[in-house]
Design a protein around this ligand. Structure first.
Ligand code: NAD
Length: 253
């Protein structure tokens, strides 16, 4: 069967674990050369090592999406090792504190915005000029169902993810005629370290999540990665500015 990303250079932020690592594994299976960035150095090294052992071409670097120079350096690493990125998964994100906005410090609020929203802005900024110049490229920003509907007790997270969907829509329209596509991936609740931290903070969340979801289960990282590959690949060539819910029906309620 034809692979969807043969010889494509695929860059992933937040690639050390969870959804980002699953996207990297799925892209490797589709024939991509991978460039992986994350703040968690040892986990990133482990994930990159496993992918290399499976035969994938991988470059990786510690990259904090709060720093434009870190993101620029990751893109430069890609260009140097394999060529300018063809498909970019701007995926790094954190959940932020639980509770009312009244109880959220300004510092905590701004930290979530800086990683989840500004980090995606920095990633788009770093890769867009070369993509528009070449007249091709696909950017997939990981938003969330929390970018489509509200969720109680997560003010910074929900605000940041709504911001990501807006940023994606505006960017997509701005560059649509250049051949570059920009879309948002909106996972529902997926069993990752991020969700575990939220459940640890408030154990009632697990039962609440399962009760709310039409399918009555959490998603898997592989289910999110399948959609991410479709959105990043030429299979979705007429799709841009879209926010794709991969959420077991959550946002349809
Ligand atoms: N798990 C879910 O239920 C869920 C649902 C919807 C959306 N998402 C989104 O999916 C993305 C991945 O989340 P996940 O569930 O895999 O979480 P995760 O915690 O398992 O993985 C997130 C990764 O991002 C990295 N990261 C955090 N801050 C960073 C920074 N400043 N710079 C670079 N890397 C950084 C972490 O080290 C980690 O490897 C996030 O954007 C998250 O908001 C997750």
């Amino acid at each position: 069967m034809t692979k969807l990303m043969t010889d494509k250079v695929v860059l992933v932020t937040g690639a050390a674990m969870g959804i980002g690592a699953a996207i990297a594994r799925a892209a490797a299976k589709e024939g991509a050369a991978l460039v992986l960035g994350d703040v968690a150095a040892s986990e990133l090294e482990k994930t990159a090592g496993e992918l290399m052992q499976s035969g994938a071409r991988v470059a990786w670097a510690v990259c904090d999406v709060r720093s434009q120079s870190d993101v620029d350096a990751l893109v430069a690493l890609a260009t140097d090792r394999f060529g300018a990125p063809d498909v970019v998964y701007a995926n790094a994100g954190v959940e932020g504190p639980l509770g009312s906005p009244a109880d959220c410090t300004e510092e905590a609020f701004l930290r979530v915005i800086d990683i989840n929203l500004n980090g995606i802005f920095r990633t788009i900024k770093a890769v867009l000029p070369s993509m528009t110049e070449r007249g091709s490229g696909s950017i997939v920003a990981t938003a969330s169902v929390a970018g489509l509907v509200g969720a109680a007790g997560l003010p910074a997270y929900v605000a940041s993810k709504h911001g990501v969907v807006g940023l994606v829509r505006s960017t997509a329209i701005t560059v649509a005629k250049t051949g570059v596509r920009v879309n948002a991936l909106c996972p529902g609740m997926v069993e990752t370290a991020l969700l575990e931290r939220l459940i640890d903070a408030d154990p009632a969340i697990r039962q609440g999540l399962l009760a709310l979801k039409p399918m009555g289960r959490l998603g898997t990282t592989d289910e999110i990665a399948e959609a991410a590959i479709w959105l990043g690949s030429e299979k979705s060539s007429f799709v841009t500015g879209h926010a794709l819910a991969v959420d077991g029906g959550y946002a349809a309620q």
